[in-house]
Design a binder for this molecule. Structure first.
Ligand SMILES: [Fe+2]
Length: 333
């Protein structure tokens, strides 16, 4: 290969939007393209010539189920190549582990001896169409972590007719609001995850109370108001969801301090919880419930505006109004 071809190859690899990683037969990092530094949160000079497992997987070759943590190392050691294998990597830069879909290939010399392996990492969360299509089609490419949170959503949906599909809509609204407020990419992702799992504590509320058509007794109401704490307790057992716990715990707090469980007010309430409160209320108002029909969207908008500064953070309501701009012609109070 002449020098020009080699340098073009290098330029092409660096121009790719996905991390490309090459290891030798001993699992030592030989090459990373430029995108790897940003996406995987590593510095080339710090990791080149070091073990891939030490550099990117905290030294853990196998996960808690005894499976290879790295598709690339599995390919190297077993000869099995992968297409879009889900994998989580804890980078130094991100709150949550990043989910990638990994393609791997074994590298052989002219005598067919294994000399290394290479991988390309597709960012799973960034391409939301892929995420949604994957989840909807129940393909096996859903990562273990997303399986966990969608399993929670399904578990709640199976018991509460209203919650079926509710979490997905709240998640989507919350994500859009977080984006409109200019939050970082990781907080936007966190908003989506919080939306999916926010009502997980309803697993602990009896079905007849959840779906009761009439008014609730004081005791029934109290059972419902315990769901944020129950949800937070359930989620606290999953270490990678640690940042979700305080958000779920506070999703029924009110901006004016009259919410539950702690009666926090204003900025004391985590911003993502204030976002969830608006997303949750809007979807609740615009969905059919066991005790009333869905409200028209313009009415729901008027309600949000009426309670901005009271029940809801006015900044969050304003951002949501921006998103719902197409409905702004709705009735005002
Ligand atoms: Fe809730």
């Amino acid at each position: 290969m002449d020098g020009e071809t080699a340098s073009l190859e290098r330029l092409a690899l660096n121009a790719l939007p996905c991390p490309v990683v090459v290891v030798n037969a001993s699992g030592i990092l030989i090459y990373l393209n430029n995108t790897s530094e940003r996406e995987l949160g590593v510095k080339k000079e710090e990791v080149i010539s070091r073990s891939l497992i030490e550099s990117l997987y905290g030294g853990g070759k196998f996960d808690h189920r005894g499976r290879y943590s790295s598709a690339l190392i599995e390919t190297l050691e077993t000869g099995r190549e992968f297409s879009l294998r889900p994998e989580e990597i804890r980078t130094a830069l991100d709150v949550l582990p990043k989910v990638f879909l990994v393609d791997t290939s074994i590298l052989r010399d002219q005598e067919r001896r294994v000399v290394g392996a290479c991988a390309i990492y597709h960012n799973f969360l960034r391409d939301r169409r892929l995420l949604k299509a994957t989840v909807m089609n129940r393909l096996t490419t859903v990562s273990e972590q997303f399986e966990t949170i969608y399993a929670f959503a399904e578990a709640i949906g199976a018991r509460d007719q209203y919650t079926m599909g509710h979490s997905e809509k709240v998640a989507e609204y919350a994500r859009l609001i977080a984006e409109a407020l200019g939050l970082s990419e990781k907080e936007v992702d966190l908003a989506y995850i919080c939306g999916i799992v926010h009502d997980v504590g309803k697993i602990g509320v009896p079905e007849n109370v959840l779906n009761k058509p009439g008014a609730l007794t004081e005791e029934e109401f109290e059972q419902i108001t315990r769901h944020p704490e129950k949800g937070a307790t359930i989620l606290s057992h999953i270490s990678w969801l640690e940042h979700v716990v305080p958000v779920v715990l506070a999703h029924h707090e009110r901006y004016d301090g009259r919410g539950y469980p702690r009666g926090l007010r204003g900025e004391e309430i985590p911003l993502l919880s204030r976002i969830l409160a608006v997303a949750d209320a809007f979807d609740a108002m615009t969905s059919d419930r066991s005790y009333r029909k869905a409200l028209p969207v313009p009415v729901a908008i008027s309600e949000l505006k009426r309670h901005a500064g009271g029940q809801f953070d006015p900044r969050v309501v304003e951002a949501f109004m921006h998103i719902l701009g197409a409905y702004q012609g709705g009735k005002e109070d």
